[in-house]
Write a protein of this length. Structure first.
Length: 326
């Protein structure tokens, strides 16, 4: 029996833990199915999957690159690309159990090579938007990131706990020189536990706390879509988004709307916590005001054009009720 309503708006440490367990249980079930399906004709793949399945069977966790390799394996098998499937399975066989705490990676470094390779495979051209940063910039931001995490821990322990239950790996990168588009943060449903950040967009501990509320809001929704999607609109339909200049599919607008409410919640709670300086508090209040405006803009679009699943309706309605003070 679940100890918490997974669809509730307010953060919960227990929910974060339950979603992490659920994501790994779903991975274990899928790997078991793939292993059984390959046993007669592709025994090398079945043998390769023994290792990650053993980790999961013992209650261990798989890092984000392992989730990415699972998706690569599945797609290759569906498309009949046996060599690609075998390569992905062999790479998955040597993935180590996820370490405790948050593991920091620098894009383009030797330590991040396995994650970089899977990211490039799964995201294709989009991954070219993530370029390496210098070692000094990496080291400096790692310290700043910990300050931002500490700010959440002191000022909003429940949100901090939910985030830490989900977040396992942080990849630091920047946009390539001369790029027409710049990114500040990214997360992806195929890499459970991973957050990609561009340090130049997050200069203060409060900015780090803000982007954590944003991006881990996306991850939270990823974890809530195991059984059904949030949005039933086709991806070809594009609408104005509150957080992007370009039109987006309804699923992206739904995500942007929900995370706007989560950001407002984080900023307002920190502003009232007593842990911020006056300057930080003023910034948090201003940010929350903008977040609320973004929520109302996105919510109007979703209500007008969105076709939502049962869970999609409940999750967004819970967010609306908080925004409305109900």
């Amino acid at each position: 029996m679940r100890s918490v309503n997974l669809r509730q708006f307010m953060p919960s440490v227990e929910r974060g833990r339950e979603l992490d367990v659920a994501m790994h249980a779903a991975l274990e079930e899928s790997l078991l199915h793939l292993s059984s399906s390959c046993e007669s004709e592709l025994p090398e793949i079945t043998r390769a999957l023994d290792s990650p399945m053993a980790i999961l069977a013992k209650g261990g966790r798989i890092p984000p690159c392992g989730f990415g390799l699972y998706f690569e394996l599945g797609q290759c098998l569906l498309e009949g690309k046996i060599s690609g499937a075998t390569k992905a399975a062999k790479a998955l066989s040597v993935v180590s159990p996820r370490a405790s705490g948050i593991t920091f990676h620098r894009r383009g470094s030797s330590e991040a090579s396995a994650l970089d390779e899977v990211l490039d495979q799964r995201q294709g051209e989009e991954a070219s938007g993530f370029s390496t940063i210098s070692i000094p910039a990496f080291s400096e931001f790692c310290g700043l990131f910990q300050e931002g995490v500490g700010l959440l821990e002191r000022g909003y322990p429940e949100l901090h706990g939910e985030i830490i239950a989900i977040l396992s790996d942080l990849l630091l990168a920047q946009s390539p020189e001369g790029a027409t588009l710049d990114f500040d943060g990214a997360s992806h449903y195929q890499f459970w536990g991973l957050l990609i950040l561009n340090p130049k967009h997050h200069r203060t501990p409060l900015a780090v706390a803000e982007v954590l509320a944003h991006e881990l809001g996306h991850s939270l929704l990823f974890g809530l879509t195991i059984e059904e999607p949030l949005v039933l609109n086709p991806d070809e339909e594009l609408y104005p988004s509150p957080l992007r200049l370009d039109p987006r599919p309804m699923d992206g607008i739904y995500h942007a709307t929900f995370v706007s409410a989560r950001m407002a919640l984080a900023m307002e709670t920190l502003a009232e916590s007593g842990v911020l300086t006056k300057v930080e508090r003023d910034h948090a209040i201003a940010a929350a005001t903008k977040d609320r405006e973004n929520f109302h803009s996105g919510h109007a679009t979703v209500m007008k054009h969105g076709h939502l699943s049962e869970s999609g309706e409940e999750i967004l309605e819970n967010a609306r009720q908080w925004i409305a003070g109900q």
